[in-house]
Design a protein around this ligand. Structure first.
Ligand code: ADP
Ligand code: MG
Length: 567
């Protein structure tokens, strides 16, 4: 006798529910997306106990009449598409018609709705997919969905939920992301009676970014904007100084959908190159608009990822865009004095928020003047490591090793990329013989063309020995054997500490590190001057190839605060 049976629709819904609705945040996402699809301009979310006890989402969208209400929570019922062709160019956030059905399967659900054209609304109570009651209700036009006791009928699932605090964090992160995708929609959120978020429906995109990322971060964001046929990219990226240790401040929106596209985020990070240490993540809010037929959200149960037709082109454009924007910016690290901040807090206390913006206006993060070094001023060297020089805004403290490392790295890169060295290599008075441990042989072989391109002449000389006959003139006073083996060591051990795509560039970065002026080297006034002058003309002068700051500016305001000239 056959053992295989068809599952009942009820069981099917129950199984499917688990894929879509795995935690309170998933409920909130589906309900808010429904409200957005209903063109709501104001969405209110009320939560109890991390959303597990209760989630209420109220909107002022176009609502549902009684007929639609009776259908909306059944599996595969939707007003948003009817044919397979519709699936190929979706403009609504929902399309599968399974969210309400899934929520209904795992909770006590109440839906009240009233279209603007009707005078009275309808309320529906559903318990684990079964209608318990239906009645007319007086209400404002729009829809209210109440989800209670999530997963009470699925003890195993309920057990796996995180703490209430963790669920709230996930919900807040979700709502802020949605709010960035819909800046003109008002959102307000309360948890256990405490207001958590309140975003006005009068916001522009930049207002919304400011409110969500906070003034301090928002003021140091840089706008990005690019339009070409079939593609529009807009948003903000952070300067390297504002980078974070986690990617939680990275917001990507594709065709108004909030998405996680690791490939796309990775490209943005890569575009920072040596401006960021590998362990740090840039902050960004990037909004991408593509023709709807090029974006398929139907590849992920919770619609968290989309399939982008032409993703490779998008990545190329995005990488170049971010690179260009960063290239045009003054990325000098600014020292933020806690003294100045305290004075700021004092000044701001009780002040009108609009006014505090004006007060802040006077301090550094808002200073849009580019930092300009005054090369006629004296340059001090302290602790044989830091150089101090006057700028138009205050003073700059420069790490001499990091500065020289960047200068050399850019110089090596230019030489390497043009494959022609202007300097004639320096012929060693007698060849240097280098005998390597066997383990180093493949490392040297892999990178030998890079050394050659820079002007090294390194040839195999039998067994594990190599013969070096020429080196770039720049290195003539270095201990060549130690330099080459040192770089091979770096390549073997430290590859991950440099945020560069190309192996060649890594070699150049290590070479720069090993040959740069060290901490502890005394520099004559002329050498200090030369170093800073060169740094000033070097691309990426703000960080060393490892992404650490090369120069930090302390502006006059901060100095005045330190000396209590102003408070
Ligand atoms: P989908 O959004 O994929 O269509 P849902 O199960 O989320 O599926 O919703 C089913 C249907 O219920 C929607 O297509 C829509 O017609 C209606 N609906 C749900 N929520 C709302 C709302 N807040 N306002 C108006 N209509 C809604
Ligand atoms: Mg939906």
């Amino acid at each position: 006798m056959g053992k295989i049976k068809y599952l009942s629709p009820e069981v099917i819904t129950h199984i499917a529910a688990g894929e879509v609705i795995d935690r309170p945040a998933a409920v909130v996402k589906e309900l808010i997306e429904n409200a957005l699809d209903a063109e709501a301009s104001q969405i209110t979310v009320t939560l109890e106990e991390g959303g597990v006890r209760k989630i209420i989402v109220t909107d002022n969208g176009f609502g549902m009449d009684q007929t639609d209400l009776e259908l909306c929570f059944k599996a595969h019922t939707t007003s948003k598409l009817s044919t397979v062709t519709d699936l190929q160019s979706l403009s609504s956030l929902g399309f599968r018609g399974e969210a309400l059905a899934s929520i209904a399967a795992v909770s006590q659900l109440t839906i009240k709705s009233r279209p603007a054209t009707e005078v009275i609304g309808t309320g529906l109570k559903i318990q684990y997919s079964h209608v318990q009651a239906m009645a007319p209700v007086g209400m404002a036009s729009g829809t209210q969905v109440i989800v209670e006791d999530l997963f009470l009928n699925m003890p195993a699932r309920r057990q796996f939920l995180k703490t209430s605090a963790a669920e709230i964090r996930a919900i807040i992160r979700l709502i802020t992301h949605l709010a960035l995708a819909y800046p003109a929609t008002g959102f307000s959120v309360t948890h256990n009676g405490t207001p958590l978020l309140d975003f006005s429906n009068q916001h522009t995109f930049s207002d919304r970014v400011r409110v969500i990322l906070g003034e301090d971060m928002a003021t140091s964001l840089v706008p990005v904007q690019h339009s070409q046929e079939n593609m529009n990219i807009s948003g903000f990226i952070s300067k390297p100084q504002q980078a974070r240790t986690s990617s939680s401040y990275q917001y990507l929106v594709v065709n108004n959908r909030i998405v996680r596209q690791p490939g796309v985020s990775q490209i943005i990070k890569e575009a920072y190159g040596t401006l960021l240490p590998p362990r740090l993540q840039p902050v960004f809010v990037i909004n991408i608009q593509l023709p709807s037929r090029h974006v398929d959200p139907n590849i992920h149960p919770r619609k968290e990822q989309v399939d982008i037709q032409g993703e490779a082109t998008l990545k190329t454009v995005l990488r170049q865009l971010v690179k260009n924007v960063l290239h045009q910016q003054d990325l000098t690290y600014q020292y933020h004095s806690t003294l100045a901040h305290e004075a700021q807090l004092f000044n701001d206390a009780g002040a009108d928020p609009a006014l505090s913006g004006v007060l802040r206006d006077a301090t550094d993060p808002w200073d849009v003047r580019r930092t300009q070094i005054d090369l006629h001023s004296d340059i001090a060297q302290v602790h044989k490591l830091y150089l101090i020089v006057q700028t138009n805004k205050g003073m700059l403290i420069i790490d001499q090793h990091a500065a020289h490392e960047r200068i050399l790295y850019e110089q090596f890169k230019a030489t390497f990329e043009q494959m022609s060295h202007n300097d004639t290599p320096y012929l060693l008075p007698e060849p240097h013989l280098l005998t390597l441990p066997v383990a180093d042989l493949p490392v040297l072989e892999e990178h030998r063309t890079i050394f050659t391109a820079l002007g090294f002449d390194i040839e195999p000389f039998g067994n594990t020995t190599y013969k070096i006959t020429a080196v770039p003139a720049l290195f003539k006073s270095h201990d060549i054997g130690a330099l080459v083996t040192g770089v091979l060591d770096d390549l073997r051990h430290k590859v991950g500490t440099i945020n560069l795509e190309k192996a060649a560039h890594k070699t150049l970065a290590y070479l720069a590190c090993r040959t740069a002026i060290k901490a502890g080297d005394t520099l004559s006034p002329l050498e200090r001057h030369e170093l800073i002058k060169k740094l000033n003309q070097t691309p990426g002068q703000y960080t060393c190839p490892h992404g650490r700051p090369v120069q930090v500016e302390v502006d006059l305001n901060t100095l005045h605060h330190m000396f209590k000239r102003i408070s």
